[in-house]
Design a protein. Sequence first.
Length: 240
Amino acid sequence: MSIRAVLWDVDDTIFDYAGADRAGMRAHLAAEGLAGLHGTVEDALCRWKELTEIHWRRYEDGLGDWQEQRRWRVRDFLDRPGMTDAEADAWFDRYVAHYEAAWELFPDALPVLDLLAADYRQAVLSNSSIRAQEPKLRALGVRHRFEAVLCAAELGAAKPAAEAFHAACTALGLAPHQVAYVGDRPDIDALGAQEAGLHGIWLDRADTGEQPGLRRITDLHQLPPLLRGDTRFGAPSTFG
């Protein structure tokens, strides 16, 4: 049976999260007088990214709520374990203001979303929260393109768990084999979707190279022909 819907990751897939995060943190460090906190600004950016990964995994493991994982990141980044919740929240809110000022879609996102709209239903499945993704998608002008936005924080399951992918399919009223999932992580997104019975597609914007068993594209403009079964982009002839 042919694919009837495309399910999207958001951050670093259609939205340049890494670019906004770096630009926002750079501006925030300058405003806070902390540019030399971890050596160079680049060192500080690497440390922030590392802490984001560490504490997001703790959050996924049920060790704290959405707000707490933000506070953990701030306290570790500043090396201030005694920082109050209010102080950590205020510091993070100031960072968010700089981060939001840098929000941008990738240049290929809007043209491809519009191109697919005629033939495919579209929705979002993100390992984030509705309160983070809904305002972002609205600010970027694309929320109305998606029938549903589902996020791990509200689902109680995160990618690559099959439960997360199946919840999105249920929201669309479609079987997993009728849905393609597009994301920037080969393991969490493409492989997770594939193992859940969807058509997993890895968006490898950095062109790091093929991985066995995964369908890969390096630009979203390659997605429509892949969905149609065009084998030039590594799709098996049975795809679609």
